[in-house]
Structures are given as C-alpha cells and as structure tokens.
Design a protein around this ligand. Structure first.
Ligand code: NAG
Ligand code: NAG
Ligand code: NAG
Length: 472
C-alpha cells in the first residue's frame, strides 16, 4: 500500500499516544531529530547532554531539556554472550557476557555529502582518527555529576574521548547510525566502529536468549533486512571508514556448543546470515572482524583448528572479499592481552591470554586461507586475577579500564587494541526476581547489586575509573 492510501487522519490519530509517552530511566528525551518523548518518568529529569542527546537522569536536574533542535532516538543495546571453553579434559569454562547500551539518533537534515566510502586496504586503523561512540560520551557526561570525588570525576571525564563501539543490537537502532556517521565525517580520515549483533535465535547457548528475531518467525529475512538497512545508512553517509565486529559469540558457539540443541538448530541460519552480512557490508567497504571468542573459549588447543576451519569456510562461502580483515577477540571480556603470569582461573590452558591465543590461532588461519589479523578488546582488562572461574563474565568485581585503544600493539598480527564494550553499561542484573536474571550475575566475583543488562551501572563505572591500568 502506498503511503498516499493511508488516510491522514489515521496518521494523526497515532501521534498523541506517542507524544504522551514518557521516557524511562536513563532514556533519551531529546536531541536533534528526536521524535520520541521529551519528558521523563516520575523522579527523573530530562537533562541536556549535547545537541544530539538529552537523557533522563535521576532527581531534579538543572539543565535544560531539549529546546533547540529536537531529534534523537532511544535504543537499547544488549549483548548476551555465552562462552564455553571446551577442554580436552573435563573442565569447562562458561563465559557469558552481556552488554547493553542505549543509543542516540540524529535525524539530520543537512545536505548529503558527496564523498565516497573509503576502500579497505590493509589495517583500517592505520593513520586514522577513531571517533568516540556518541551515546557512551553522553552516558559519561551524565555520570560525572554523580561522583563525590572530584579528582575521580576529572579522570572519568577523560573516558568520554576514548572510542568504543556502537552496538547495533536491534533493527530499531539502525537509523541512529546515519547521524553518527554524518557527525564522524566532519573529522578527516575518521573511523567509526560498530558491532553487528542481531542474529535470529541470538545467543543460542545463553541462559536467556534475548534476540529480537526468531528463525521460526521469518528471522533470516528480518536479519537480511536489518543488514540492508545498515548498508543503506552507510551508503547515504559516506566519507568514513566503518569497522565492524560481526556477531559476537555466534561462530564460537558453532565451534564448541553444537551439542546444545538450540545451537545446532540455529547453525544453518547463523551461517547464512553471517555470509549475507559479509557480502552486503563488503559493498560499502566495511572493514570486518568476525568475532572469535577469547582465549578461554576458542583458545583451548582442541578448539583452535575447528575454529580456523569454520572461519575460513564462512569467508569462502561469502566469496572471500578482502573487506574481511580478520578476527576480534575478548569482546566484552576481561582477559589480558599479555598476562605477566597465567591467571589461576585459566586452569592450565597454554593459551592463557589473548596474545598466546592469537599466536596459536594465526598459523592455522593462514593455512586455511583466512587473514590472520586481529583486534583485541581491552576495555575492562586493566586488572587481572579477579575471577573465580574463567567463564565468569558478569560485572566482575574490581575490574579496571585497560590499555587505551591504539595501533601500537606490539604484535604484527594485531591491527589495534580497541574498547568494544562501553565500560559502565551493566552486563546483567543480580536481582533474582528480575525477568532477565542470570545466576552468573550473583556469583561471588560479580559486583552487586547490579541493575538490568544495559542500564548504566554507576558504581561499576566508578570502579573501572579508579582501577584503570594504566591509570587515567
Ligand atoms: C558447550 O560446550 C562446552 C565445551 O566447549 C561444554 O562443556 C558444554 O557442555 C556445552 N554445552 C552444551 C549445552 O552443549
Ligand atoms: C533452548 O531455548 C529455549 C527457549 O529460549 C529454552 O527454554 C531452553 O532452555 C533452551 N535449551 C537449552 C538446552 O538451553
Ligand atoms: C527485583 O525485580 C523485581 C521484579 O522486576 C522488582 O519488583 C524488584 O523491585 C527488584 N528489586 C530490586 C532491589 O531492584
């Protein structure tokens, strides 16, 4: 049906209900292009962060709500991860990480740029400026006034400028990308980082899978539409190199957890969808890193060759585009890139940190025809020897921000150290009555009480700041 066929009255009738809604805690309530609610739920105040973003903060804040340009978007990002390390013996590690975030949207009306998307050649980070994730910057701006220690607050404010990835974990969030890219394009040689994370039956080995698409309900087609929308946003906003982490945990689950009926049932769709993502994102020159779990998962010796084989099969099925640059490791996890001594929780895995894992996997990738280049998440890896078990993933107590993003990695195999997970966004709630409760978030090494996955976890953020290593 054409739009013209819809009576105007029908559209008008929808408006009041939408406008009357109030944004929830930490929700977006204004910004350029924002069409959503501009007031907050009781006890929360709409607070101006920047022209693109106003957020509901606790209490009565002084700042103006959104007056000028209005636009924005709410969204919530979530990553739930289940990681399992296979072990040749009987010890197994389960790692799950759950990330969530919210995002902003810019509906900009400015004229289109005419630049072309930068083609991928070599390390996409080399000589580039990596743009911070605007939503995370807004979250941090909102967090600063809540600090009581002004010295710590000043350190926290510096995190705003550190690039993290923008998680596209729902299709509703995709329109936000265009505005971010348009902003990023104002910086010469800019890189903008995204996580593609919306497979049907996502998190097949998680306790509570929380994806929005179901294979049984048109999930593959819905996923392809999600990818098409990302491609359209990138095409419409050229001039920025886009780096993408592709589908955290998905292929790793196919390596180690096909005995889980939920993973074996998802296998065909996962492969089809990831191949589609690679093919389509290649058309707009996105530099892609497929997610490869971490040392405590695919880094176990028995898992390395099966992992290399699967990654290369996927790449070949997609037509081996050179836009697939390599693999991303340790996404949302806590492992060191290079540990001084093995963390006791690594239980004898010779690949007890990311560099050992990468060095062990690289030759197998090369001989399988897959490019042995890596990015490694170190966002929450500043402190080590914190976990009771390697598989523990939820809001690990005492974690600190880690090595800052850099291309000075100390390894020819590693393109960049990155911060994929925006530290301070909660991994999962410790409230056992909450709908998406995961018992991992109540373990003794998990920081408690923890809010819902994706919500801002102020106390945890403050700890990440104070325990940062190197210090902020
Ligand atoms: C997932 O794989 C790990 C080993 O990698 C294993 O310990 C665990 O039992 C598997 N889970 C299921 C449900 O198959
Ligand atoms: C498979 O997924 C369903 C639905 O999410 C869940 O109820 C069930 O417990 C899962 N099975 C396993 C083995 O985890
Ligand atoms: C825990 O979750 C339940 C159910 O959502 C809620 O009613 C309760 O207030 C929560 N408790 C805390 C301490 O947040």
């Amino acid at each position: 049906m054409k739009y013209g066929a819809l009576p105007l009255a029908a559209l008008v009738a929808l408006v009041p209900a939408f406008v009357a809604a109030q944004a929830g805690q930490w929700g977006q309530c204004g910004g350029i292009g924002w069409n959503g609610p501009t007031t907050c739920t009781s006890g929360w105040t709409c607070t101006y962060s920047n022209p693109y973003y106003s957020q509901c903060l606790q209490g009565s804040s002084s700042s103006s709500s959104t007056s000028k340009s209005t636009s924005t978007t709410t969204s919530s990002t979530t990553k739930s991860t289940t990681t399992t390390s296979s072990t040749t013996k009987s010890s197994s590690t389960t790692t799950s990480s759950s990330t969530s975030k919210s995002s902003t949207t810019t509906t900009s009306t400015s004229t289109s740029s005419t630049g072309t998307t930068t083609p991928v050649a070599g390390n996409p980070y080399a000589g580039k400026t990596v743009i911070p994730n605007p939503f995370y910057a807004a979250e941090i701006q909102a967090a600063i006034p809540l600090f009581t220690d002004s010295n710590l607050a000043a350190k926290a404010a510096t995190v705003e400028t550190i690039p993290t990835f923008f998680w596209l974990d729902t299709v509703a969030k995709v329109p936000t990308l265009g505005g971010y890219l348009k902003q990023a394009a104002q910086t010469p040689n800019a890189v903008f980082q995204i996580v593609v994370y919306d497979l049907p039956n996502r998190d097949c080995h998680a306790k509570a899978s929380n994806g929005e698409f179901q294979i049984s309900d048109n999930g593959v087609a819905n996923y392809e539409n999600y990818i098409d929308q990302i491609v359209a946003q990138i095409k419409a906003n050229p001039g920025v190199t886009v780096v993408a982490v592709i589908e955290p945990d998905s292929l790793a689950n196919l390596v180690t957890n096909l005995s889980d009926p939920n993973c074996s049932a998802a296998q065909t769709a996962y492969k089809q969808c990831i191949v589609y993502a690679i093919q389509q994102l290649s058309k707009v020159n996105v530099a892609m890193y497929l997610d490869a779990g971490h040392a405590g998962w695919l880094g176990w010796p028995a898992n390395l060759q099966p992992a290399a084989t699967l990654f290369s099969q996927i790449l070949q099925t997609a037509g081996s585009p050179n836009t697939v640059r390599g693999l991303a490791t340790n996404v949302a996890n806590y492992n060191a890139l290079s540990a001084v001594t093995p963390d006791p929780c690594t239980q004898g895995d010779p690949n007890y940190d990311e560099i050992h894992y990468i060095n062990a996997l690289a030759p197998m990738l090369t001989s399988s025809g897959f490019p042995a280049h890596f990015i490694v998440d170190q966002g929450r890896s500043g402190q080590q020897n914190l976990r009771q078990q390697w598989g523990d993933w939820c809001n690990i107590k005492g974690a600190g921000f880690g090595t800052r993003p850099t291309t000075n990695t100390g390894s020819a195999l590693i393109d960049a150290i990155v911060w994929v997970k925006p530290g301070g966004e909660c991994d999962g709630t410790s409230n056992s009555s909450a709908p998406r409760y995961d018992s991992t978030c109540s373990l003794s090494d998990a920081d408690q009480p923890a809010p819902q996955a994706g919500q801002w976890f102020q106390e945890y953020f403050q700890t990440l700041v104070s325990k940062a290593n190197p210090p902020l």
